[in-house]
Design a binder for this molecule. Sequence first.
Ligand code: E4P
Length: 246
Amino acid sequence: MQFFIDTAIIDEVREINAWGVLSGVTTNPSLVASSGRDFREVIQEIAQLVGGAISAEVTALDAEGMIKEGREVAGWSDHVVVKLPLTPAGLQACKTLSSEGIKTNITLCFSVPQALLAARAGATYISPFAGRVDDIGWDGIELVRQIKEAYVLGDIQTKVLAASIRHPQHVVQAALAGADVATVPYKVFTQMIKHPLTQAGLDAFLKDWAKRAGASPETPSSEAGTNPQQGGVTAQGEPVQGGQKQ
Ligand code: E4P
C-alpha cells in the first residue's frame, strides 16, 4: 500500500516526505483554504517537493466548469491528479478528462455502487472516506474492503485510495482491506512512527554505549521513553513511572 499525505501545509509535506515514504499528496478545498496559500502556488510547490500523484480538486459544480478547471489544474504540473466529486457532473467530467489522458481522483465516495460508477467513468483513483463513514455509525473500512473486492472481481484497474483516515489502526485496517493507497493526515503519520519500546531501546543502547571504556562522561539520550517526567517502559517493555519500575 502506498502512502499519500492529506494536507496542503508545505511544512507538513516537507517533514513527512523527508522520511522517504510518500508517493503523493491529496488536497481538498478545505485544506487549501486553511493553508492560507494561493491554490496554484501550493500545488506546484508540493509537486516539486514530492513528485508522485498530487490531487487538486475542482470547485465548479457543472460538468463544463469541472472540465475547464480540470484541464487548467492539470496544466500546472505533470504530477497533478484532478479531483472530482462523485456527482453526475463529476462522472461526466471524469470521462472527458480521462479520455484526454488526464489522471483523476473521484472523491466523496460513500458506497460501492458509487465506486463502480466512478471506475466505469475512467477514474484513476476512487476515494472512499472511511472516517466519515464511521462518523455516521457505519463501517468505513468495510466499505474500502468491499470496493476493492468488487474491483478485483471485475478486473477494474481504478486504484482504491482510503481517505478520511483518523488514526493508525485505520491505516492498518485499510492495508488489510486491500487499499492501494492510504492518504494519511500529518498527525496520524507522527502517531504511526512512535512506539515506547523503540524509544526505550534506543535510550538503553545509548546508555550502554556511553559506559564503554574511554567514553566521555556525558550520556546522550533519545527524546522520550524512560524520561522520569513522562514515565514509559524499559528496553524489555516493563512500565516505569516517575523513574521507578511499577
Ligand atoms: C481525501 O482526499 C480528503 O481530503 C480527506 O481524506 C478528507 O478527510 P476528513 O474526513 O478528515 O476531512
